[in-house]
Design a binder for this molecule. Structure first.
Ligand code: PAF
Length: 283
């Protein structure tokens, strides 16, 4: 499996693949790959001749220096894991910060029709400008036919669809279901950093989301939110940052339920200094 660290180099290979009219999928990641990433890669391999997996911890999407510093970096292990899926059809692009940002590590400013101001946008300053910048750059370099993103970052997925629409980028965005551990915890590269007692506690997040979904059948969004807040207030280890029931399309918080709309509950929780997010479709 080839690992490319320079855009010129991978760009040349991509031109050759395109000249042969091969279809190309992209799975953008920040590495520390887990089963959830591998599911995206497997889906991409079914739908494309070749798949580029980018592995890059993007500094401009972090608003917390410590989080960036501590983000797991496990390139060798990631490559070995990808080989178990396919040695022949995957190309890895693991650039340096300089290869991507060319000495100017800043984000572009984007406008995502208000999607960027909700939830993660409120709590992680500049995060979506950073995500928009790196994903757009990957689309420019790799020129994939399809790109794959997990629904765990549901707001990110909505924002990337908006990016593609607004900038007329010729790529199909494919959203993939959240991959969970047997105990319900959404798979995340950050899970590897959880201390044992927090790892044991973390499935409480999904358990609460499932109960919230059940309650939303008969109760208002406010009542369900109050109930969730109480559950976390009683919890010794997990600290709730936000729980929001929102319109699945606009991501605006629900004021009054309508049977015509799709809703989703979104949650962000601190387990010690590790921030975990999750979400669930409510109807
Ligand atoms: O979801 C992620 O891992 C990152 O936000 C992404 C899409 C790879 C951009 O850095």
């Amino acid at each position: 499996m080839e690992v490319y660290s320079e855009k010129q180099h991978i760009g040349k290979i991509i031109d050759e693949l395109k000249a042969k009219e091969l279809s190309l999928g992209l799975v953008p990641t920040m590495g520390a790959l887990h089963e959830g990433h591998l599911e995206l890669v497997k889906k991409a391999l079914i739908e494309n001749d070749k798949v580029v997996v980018s592995i890059f911890v993007n500094p401009t999407q972090f608003d917390n220096e410590n989080d960036l510093k501590k983000y797991p970096r496990t390139l060798q292990n990631d490559v070995e894991l990808l080989k178990t899926v396919s040695d022949k059809h995957i190309l890895v692009y693991a650039p340096t910060v300089d290869d991507i940002y060319e000495g100017n590590t800043v984000s572009q400013s984007f406008e995502f029709d208000g999607l960027e101001f909700e939830m993660e946008g409120k709590f992680r300053h500049g995060h979506f400008d950073g995500v928009g910048t790196i994903v757009k750059r990957f689309f420019d370099i790799i020129k994939p036919h399809k790109a794959y993103f997990g629904e765990k970052d549901f707001q990110q997925l909505a924002i990337i669809k908006k990016l593609v629409e607004k900038h007329n980028i010729p790529v199909t965005i494919v959203g993939c279901k959240i991959h969970r551990e047997a105990n319900g915890l959404a798979m995340s590269s950050r899970n590897t950093r959880l201390k044992p007692e927090y790892r044991k506690a973390a499935p409480f997040i999904y358990k609460t989301l499932k109960s919230a979904k059940e309650k939303f059948g008969t109760k208002s969004a406010i009542k369900v939110s109050e109930w969730v807040e109480k559950q976390f207030a009683k919890h010794d280890l997990l600290e709730l940052e936000y729980f929001i029931i929102a319109d699945a399309e606009t991501l605006k918080p629900v004021k009054r339920k309508s049977i015509k709309k799709a809703y989703r509950a979104f949650i962000a929780v601190y387990a010690d200094d590790i921030r975990l997010i999750d979400n669930i479709a409510l109807n």
